[in-house]
Design a protein around this ligand. Structure first.
Ligand code: UD1
Ligand code: BG6
Length: 380
């Protein structure tokens, strides 16, 4: 069942090139044909989500999009919020399902509520779905499990088709959720002329994504050696911002939930408002500084941490000379291939999943069944 791997989590991390292909199969049309006379080249690239086709215009004319989820699924929403905002020009809000219910958050008939859940059975998310339905909102599901409670209860939706995920810590479902949310943003913006160039750039990058993930999986041995270096630590801070704030939170969650090591994901923009007090020459700090609009700001974060003699591990793009100029012998680089900015979180999380996997094994913890946790939380 584990296909030659020692654990399901390890198998599911390594399955990602294939699971991402499955998520996109039959849905994304990549333009790989040579230019044809008289054919509008923009019509060649498109995203068709069978489960949403009838609802696209309703969603486009909605008042706002509200993304609702728990745990890793919530971080997938956080990672894609900017893409949905950018491509649809609609306000996008994020809700942790339990908090939405605690606040009894106002929801209206012209709200488009998207419930993201790997299992489709998470009690908090189901409760929030029933609450939104009672208020007349259009309820859209993004689930991995056909026939699950959320898939059945939503008005429409998209299956992420990542394949069965068994390890309690979500890995391949996370990357497929991000790709699905990106496809939703693309499907919702299909008729926008102003967004054509951006949409094309994203669709082209989706086409390369499985190969880029295959490439980043080659860092496995390096991540094991990094885990050996970190296994005795008590804590790991993870800094990110922009698209990769979600990567920082998800990486920290993985380290916490499976390796049982304290870890905190921090918005780099908040560094000076508290977290900097924790920085000294002993605390390991992971910084996500791949090349996007936040890059200059992340280089400045690296400089400020270096000035405090921090122990740095930096996730950066291959060939990034800006980072190379800043690093010292106390700094370790995790070099990842570059993809379009909004899909870079899909590539960036993979070495950090590998790191948390190896940390767990080296620390002698249970990889697939971490203590006190369940794959599907069916009580509130
Ligand atoms: C569907 C078929 C797929 C087939 C393809 C061919 C299913 C499950 N999927 O995929 O096997 O190859 O057509 O065209 O039979 N839905 C919800 N809530 C959710 C998720 C989905 O209501 O959380 C609904 C959708 O609105 C849709 C149906 O479930 O009506 C299937 O969704 P999805 O599998 O994403 O649709 P297709 O990709 O078109
Ligand atoms: C549990 C799982 O806490 O539920 C997490 O252990 C998961 O991995 C979370 O992210 C939410 O689950 P789901 O199925 O709604 O995505």
């Amino acid at each position: 069942m584990k296909g030659g791997y020692d654990h399901f989590m390890q198998k599911e991390i390594h399955e990602q090139p294939e699971s991402l292909l499955q998520t996109m199969r039959g849905r994304v049309k990549f333009d790989r044909s040579p230019a044809k006379l008289g054919v509008d080249p923009y019509q060649e690239r498109r995203v068709t989500l069978g489960g949403l086709t009838e609802h696209v215009s309703t969603i486009r004319f909605g008042r706002r999009i509200m993304l609702v989820a728990c745990g890793t699924s919530y971080y997938a929403c956080l990672a894609c919020r900017q893409t949905i905002e950018e491509l649809t020009d609609l306000p996008v809000t994020l809700e942790l399902a339990s908090d939405l219910m605690d606040r009894r958050c106002p929801i209206f008939r012209d709200d488009m509520c998207v419930f993201v859940s790997q299992s489709g059975e998470t009690a908090d998310t189901i409760q929030a779905l029933e609450y939104a339905k009672e208020r007349g909102a259009l309820c859209i599901g993004i689930t991995n499990t056909v026939g699950s409670a959320i898939a059945r209860s939503t008005h429409c939706g998209v299956h992420i088709n990542a394949g069965c995920e068994i390890g309690v810590a979500s890995t391949k479902a996370y990357t497929s959720q991000m790709v699905t949310l990106t496809m939703v943003a693309l499907a919702l913006s299909e008729d926008s002329i102003a967004k054509r160039a951006r949409r094309d750039e994203i669709i082209d990058s989706l086409g390369q994504l499985p190969e880029k993930v295959r490439e980043v999986l080659l860092l496995d041995t390096e991540m094991r050696s990094l885990a050996q270096q970190l296994m005795k630590e008590e804590s790991l801070l993870v800094f990110g911002r922009g698209y990769n704030f979600a990567t920082a939170l998800e990486a920290a969650l993985k380290v916490k939930e499976v390796a049982l090591m304290h870890s905190e994901g921090i918005l780099a923009g908040e560094m000076k408002h508290g977290p900097l007090a924790l920085v000294d020459e002993n605390m390991p700090i992971l910084v996500i500084a791949t090349q996007d609009r936040m890059h200059a700001k992340m280089l400045s974060v690296v400089s400020q941490l270096r000035a405090r003699n921090a122990r740095l591990i930096i996730v950066c793009n291959k060939g990034d000379t800006g980072i190379a100029d800043l690093v010292s012998e106390r700094c370790r680089l995790i070099e990842v291939p570059q993809v379009v900015d909004c899909l870079q979180p899909v590539v960036n999380i993979v070495p950090l999943q590998l790191l948390s996997y190896h940390l767990t094994v080296l620390r002698g913890m249970n990889v697939d069944q971490p203590r006190n946790l369940a794959k599907s939380v069916t009580v509130t």
